[in-house]
Design a protein around this ligand. Structure first.
Ligand code: AMP
Length: 195
């Protein structure tokens, strides 16, 4: 069974690559950022609570985020595997995910880490701001999200590295080549495991 996570700084193409990898493995990609954005767009109670955090580039509080993920991972369409995109982002969220999965005797099988340098990330963000108009794609908010990633989410990568789960993938350059590299890396990681 394929239960993966993709991590990478903002602008690293995480969302795009998550879709590509999930399609390849025939599993659902679950993007917490996308679920939040949908809730904001549809003006749900969760969206109303999450909105300011998204707009400021801050993390949505664990109380809301963890409950949402718990609920999502309980659905039938992820019972044969999933790819989490954007969760866990803190070590506290790792503990929560461990507990959600342990309840059904599961654990993660691989963590794909997309890497790219800050200059390329900022350039991509400016393109995305032009094309998609995301409210958190201003340079100031973006730099804040980048800092949060370096301060909080690097620790997530360290924890999963210690568990021997992390597969680094060069996220720079042509997105279709990044996708090929990510799929090859995930295949190799999964082949080395009894899942
Ligand atoms: P993303 O699309 O992954 O860049 O996420 C966009 C925004 O959604 C983030 O800047 C946060 O405000 C919120 N968000 C997404 N995932 C999480 C998470 N695991 N914990 C807290 N906030 C999150």
């Amino acid at each position: 069974m394929t239960r993966m996570l993709i991590v990478g700084p903002p602008g690293s193409g995480k969302g795009t690559q998550a879709e590509v990898i999930a399609r390849h493995f025939g599993i659902m990609a679950i993007s917490t950022g996308e679920i939040f954005r949908t809730n904001v767009r549809e003006a749900t109670p969760l969206g109303a609570e999450a909105r300011n955090y998204l707009d400021n580039g801050d993390l949505v509080p664990d109380r809301l985020t963890n409950a949402m993920v718990r609920d999502r991972l309980d659905r039938a369409d992820v019972q044969s595997g999933f790819l989490l995109d954007g969760y866990p982002r803190t070590t506290a969220q790792i503990a929560e995910l461990d507990s959600i999965l342990a309840a059904t005797g599961q654990q993660l099988t691989a963590v794909i880490q997309l890497t790219a340098d800050d200059r390329e990330l900022v350039a991509r963000m400016l393109n995305r701001a032009r094309d998609q108009g995301r409210s958190d794609d201003t340079e100031e908010v973006f730099r804040r999200r980048l800092r949060l990633y370096r301060n909080e989410t690097q620790a997530v990568v360290s924890v999963y590295s210690q568990r021997g789960l992390v597969v680094p993938v060069d996220g720079s350059g042509d997105p279709s080549k990044v996708g090929d590299r990510a799929i090859a890396a995930a295949e190799a990681a999964l082949a080395g495991k009894t899942v």
